[in-house]
Design a protein around this ligand. Structure first.
Ligand code: HEC
Length: 272
């Protein structure tokens, strides 16, 4: 190390040793010096974040993790560190989103590698497989974050008679097997849905939409996104290719009132 004392890699390794032996301030200094010479080191940025967390400086730590992730979105542990920093900063919802991203990426990579290893193709070595999947999955997450679906703002949520019309059309679409055909899976509005395996081999079931309990949120936009883009891996298909934006909003308006008998009565929706 002495022979290459000023090299960014040497400083990085020195920082790791310092961090692991509980000398966070020295570690932060070493990572900082390494990054001063070469700022394009995603791992050093994330490790600087870890050292700053140990020093109780979550705001700067968060900046470190974010710089690391900008350089390399597949830096999975940085999502976890980011979650810890956000939690310390009193931003629990964003922290939760970061933890979920971390766990999902890990799970997706592990699952794909396992599938790979069980398949006939035994050519590539394990690290190659992990890195290949990790890169693809990180790119996929990044693209998804950059392409949030924003429905046409000219199609507004209707009120009064227009809302009744919309709910009724949603009701019709939900049941019409030649239109959306939601009822084919959400049998009896989900009260009689049958079990099946999802993409991960877990037992799943089309949601009982009369209960008013959802995994993806209950705001109109949450329903819009579920119906527009489906729920990957769960067998809930996307409908953006077969339904207009207006029809999707009509289904949203119907799904929204479905759990409530009084509202069903008010809108003339008979499900029993
Ligand atoms: C091929 C079967 C299938 C079809 C067709 C289908 N769904 Fe689903 N749907 C599912 C499954 C499975 C889930 C459960 C997803 C999960 O596990 O989170 C689901 C979940 C949902 C959810 C709840 C998501 C949440 O946040 O919990 C809504 C709302 C929904 N579907 C509406 C619809 C509507 C409206 C249609 C018709 C346009 C439709 N579904 C058609 C299978 C289907």
């Amino acid at each position: 190390m002495r022979a290459h004392a000023g090299h960014p890699d040497t400083l990085l390794l020195l920082g790791v040793i310092e961090l692991q032996s509980g000398r966070a301030a020295q570690a932060a200094g070493s990572f900082g010096r390494s990054l001063h010479i070469n700022p394009s080191q995603p791992i050093a940025q994330a490790l600087l974040g870890d050292a700053l967390m140990d020093l109780n400086r979550p705001e700067e730590a968060l900046e470190g993790y974010d710089r690391g992730l900008r350089l390399s979105p597949d830096l999975v542990p940085a999502h976890f560190g980011r979650g810890n920093a956000l939690l310390d900063l009193g931003r629990p919802l964003e922290a939760l989103a970061s933890y979920v991203t971390h766990l999902s990426m890990r799970g997706q990579v592990e699952y794909n590698v396992m599938k790979d290893l069980l398949s006939a193709d035994r050519g590539a070595d394990l690290m190659e497989r992990v890195n290949g999947h990790l890169e693809a999955i990180a790119r996929w997450w990044k693209e998804a974050e950059a392409s949030i679906i924003r429905p046409d703002p000219n199609v507004l949520l209707p009120t009064g008679d227009k809302r009744t019309e919309s709910v009724r059309n949603g009701f019709r679409l939900f049941r019409d097997q030649s239109a959306a055909g939601c009822i084919g899976c959400h049998k009896d509005y989900g009260r009689e849905s049958t079990y099946f395996y999802d993409a991960w081999g877990t037992i799943g079931r089309p949601t009982d939409l009369t209960l008013g309990v959802y995994r993806g949120g209950r705001r109109p936009i949450d329903f819009f996104w579920r119906i527009h883009s489906g729920v990957n891996g769960s067998n809930m298909p996307l409908f953006s290719n077969v339904l207009s934006t207006k029809d999707i909003w009509d289904l949203v308006n119907f799904v929204q009132i479905l759990p409530y008998p009084k509202m069903r009565q008010q809108f003339g929706v008979e499900i029993d």
